[in-house]
Design a protein around this ligand. Structure first.
Ligand code: FE
Length: 137
């Protein structure tokens, strides 16, 4: 298995210098922002969602939906290779964690209760994302 050539590795000190304290806690220490607090939860604009750690394209606005859960929710990643899924058994639950494939940053979890056609809900911390509005044509 070859590693992705554009994989990004930084020391924890470098991440601390680059990220805000909240982004660091979520992306690097797997914290979760409080629900309904993220700036992008209610964002309905057309555009692309990128990793706040490394800038990788992660989700498209067309896959975003209002789940009511309090975090930005997507039916599918921009590309299947953009994210990596891991079993997470912390806090006495069995969940599937989602990380950025390029920098390893923690994004959130994916749950099997999303809308058709995928049936998935990628429940992503707003602080793990940056939004790039589509250019007007
Ligand atoms: Fe990343």
């Amino acid at each position: 298995m070859s590693e992705s050539p554009d994989k990004i590795e930084r020391t924890e000190a470098e991440w601390r210098a680059q990220l805000t304290p909240e982004q660091y806690q979520i992306l690097r220490e797997k914290a979760t922002e409080r629900p309904f607090t993220g700036l992008l939860t209610q964002n309905h604009d057309t555009g692309d969602y990128h990793c706040a750690g490394c800038g990788a394209l992660l989700f498209l606005s067309g896959a975003k939906f209002d789940s009511g859960c309090g975090w930005p929710s997507f039916m599918i990643p921009a590309e299947s290779k953009a994210v990596v899924e891991h079993e997470d058994r912390t806090f006495g639950m069995r969940r599937v964690e989602v990380t950025c494939a390029r920098c390893g940053g923690h994004l959130g979890h994916v749950f099997p209760d999303g809308p058709a056609p995928t049936g998935l809900r990628y429940c992503i911390n707003s602080a793990s994302l940056t939004f790039e509005r589509a250019k007007q044509v």
